[in-house]
Design a protein around this ligand. Structure first.
Ligand code: ARG
Length: 595
């Protein structure tokens, strides 16, 4: 067993049970990394404090009884395999635990041979992850990028933990905007270059359609600028009533939009494919039935001509209950109705244990109400819906990113800017490499920089988009971690070490510290799976890279005098590289071989 926290937990639990009875067998001994400013120990156990009340003894006495058991066990023969070297009581009753260095070395050796690198397989779950979920025929913006990046990291992590993941790209592929898009498509001609914009630059297509619509609508006298608005509105009705020609035009727009978004996913190495698309339109047929059933169950009532759900606890500013409108007075259905349908589908058809919605924080109220309504109707069974809230990405001025003309900055322009900057960085750092290879590396670095910036801060807090900082080779950045990985690759290359396998022997403190940090990988990945916070993995990898640097500064590898020491250190290098590469992969970042 390679995970120190787990090994210590089991060991301390056994001592707790031996001292105070079997009811303590499964209790959490609360193993945490020790506070290095206060002790040289590796971990501390806080259990005695929590147990004191229940066993009716002062915490230090409880701690002493556990220590007696821990040391008694160690004397019974298998001491050489034991995880604990020494234990002492500190302060009010903490147990300070020092691991046996031989145990750490053996565990690191196991980790090196383990394909999973210590990533555990917790009890299996079915996990639905709704992410990216862009609005088709409209440019993706920064919030969508962050949803795609965070969501993709979560699905990669859940898959690594052995869960079944069902990706759902809830494309915004329906709604009144399609009326004007279809009319615009007809005017420019389905085969025209303007139509092809949907594949390359959908925002421009969208803006052109919107401009025509606005001009026609605002014209005085009415109709003096043509009837585009009237036709667009009529087109919405035709679309909703399933008119064949209209549906065919809608399909064309969607096909071209998919070409665009797939190109962005490939460019950013996001694992979504067409198979994951479950757009808004796919729920259309369900919506009338959902409304009827909610009304029949007395959950929805007509208010001002609209069918509404009122839920306890949702009171607006004016002390009036906040309605969730599920059918407008004109008979149309809204975003809320669709999300009642999504959770119903994900729970009752897809049988999700957890259903994650990786979506901007401002939509929290919307989700709580949609899920509240669905739950009342009995449509959430054995599923925990979770809103993984995405915080804003802001410019250096602290405001939502906008271009000079006031438009939201498009995702493509951010990616292009990052790639251009990464090209400069790589051209400068590796002029010796062929241009093609530099371009590949620059692409990996540019994408890595953006993704890491999104992932290294808590997903629900905002951050400032700052290309210079994101692409810096020093500091908590993607390129720093990519560079650290490439550096180890080069060390291994220079050693001609194909598959260093040790044996790992730990003598220097920096070797021991590195091995111990490596062993945390599995539990960090498991924590991300529970907490849904990829930034924990990002900080772990950053810390690991720094721990490696200390090791490399203090312990010669290629120049190690002794062949056995060199073999051991090369194995530590190889293991660090494997953990960094796998960790970056779970963040969705590729580690270049050279940099
Ligand atoms: N298309 C929506 C937007 O751009 C996000 C959809 C999120 N998923 C959901 N099931 N509502 O804001």
């Amino acid at each position: 067993m390679a995970d120190p926290t787990l090994a210590l937990t089991l060991r301390v639990q056994a001592a707790m049970a031996a001292a105070f009875g079997p009811q303590w067998r499964e209790a959490d001994p609360v193993i945490r990394p020790a506070n290095k400013r206060q002790t040289d120990a590796d971990f501390q156990a806080n259990a005695a404090m929590a147990m004191a009340k229940q066993v009716g003894k002062p915490p230090r006495e409880v701690a002493q009884a556990i220590v007696d058991q821990l040391t008694a066990n160690a004397d019974t023969g298998d001491a050489a395999d034991d995880v604990i070297e020494s234990v002492e009581i500190a302060g009010p009753g903490f147990l300070n635990l020092t691991l046996r260095t031989g145990w750490i070395a053996a565990a690191a050796q196991d980790q090196l041979a383990d394909e999973r690198l210590g990533i555990p397989t917790p009890s299996h779950e079915r996990i639905v992850v709704d992410y990216s979920s862009v609005n088709a025929a409209k440019e993706m913006h920064v919030a969508h990028l962050r949803s795609a990046v965070v969501g993709d990291s979560l699905v990669r992590t859940m898959e690594a933990l052995g869960h079944t993941v069902i990706r759902q790209n809830h494309l915004g592929d329906w709604g009144t905007a399609f009326g004007m898009l279809i009319e615009h498509l007809l005017e420019v001609g389905e085969e025209s270059d303007e139509a092809r914009l949907l594949e390359s630059d959908p925002n421009t297509f969208y803006r052109a359609a919107r401009a025509k619509f606005d001009a026609a609508e605002k014209a005085e006298p009415a109709g003096s600028a043509g009837d585009f608005d009237v036709r667009a509105r009529k087109r919405v009705t035709l679309l909703q009533s399933g008119d064949a020609k209209t549906l065919q035009l809608w399909t064309e727009i969607m096909e071209m939009s998919k070409v665009y978004i797939n190109r962005v996913y490939r460019e950013l190495d996001v694992t979504l494919t067409d198979d994951d698309i479950a757009g808004e339109s796919s729920y259309n047929a369900e919506l009338p039935g959902i409304c009827d059933e909610l009304e029949a169950k007395g959950i929805a009532t007509i208010s001002d001509g609209a069918l509404c759900v009122f839920l306890d606890g949702y009171i607006g500013r004016d002390d009036q209950p906040v309605p969730l409108i599920i059918r407008k007075s004109d008979g149309g259905y809204g975003y809320g109705t669709t999300d009642i349908a999504t959770i119903k589908h994900r729970s009752l058809d897809l049988h999700a244990d957890r259903a994650l919605y990786v979506v901007g924080a401002p939509q929290n109220l919307h989700f709580r109400m949609a899920w509240g309504a669905a739950d009342k109707a009995g449509w959430i069974q054995g599923t925990t819906p979770i809103h993984v809230q995405i915080g804003n990405v802001v410019g250096k001025d602290g405001k939502i990113l906008r271009t000079r003309s006031g438009d939201l900055i498009t995702l493509q322009s951010l990616v292009d800017a990052a790639l251009a900057k990464a090209n400069e960085v790589v051209d400068e750092s590796r002029p010796d490499l062929p241009a093609e290879q530099r371009a590949t590396i620059a692409h990996q670095v540019g994408v890595g920089a953006i993704k890491y910036a999104d992932l290294s801060v808590a997903h629900d807090s905002g951050y400032t988009f700052d290309l210079e900082r994101m692409l810096a080779l020093q500091g908590n950045t993607g390129p720093y971690l990519q560079y650290a990985t490439a550096r180890i690759t080069s060390i291994l290359g220079r050693a001609d070490a194909v598959d260093p396998s040790g044996p790992i022997v730990l003598t220097e403190p920096a070797e021991r510290a590195l091995a111990l940090r490596l062993l945390d990988f599995g539990s960090v990945v498991a924590q991300v799976g529970e907490s849904l916070e990829p930034h924990r993995l990002a900080s772990y990898l950053f810390d690991l890279a720094q721990t490696f640097t200390t090791f490399y500064d203090q312990c010669p590898v290629l120049k190690a005098e002794d062949a056995a020491v060199r073999d051991s250190r090369l194995a530590l290098c190889a293991l660090t590289r494997m953990v960094l590469v796998r960790g970056l992969f779970l963040l969705g970042i590729t580690a270049p071989e050279q940099m």
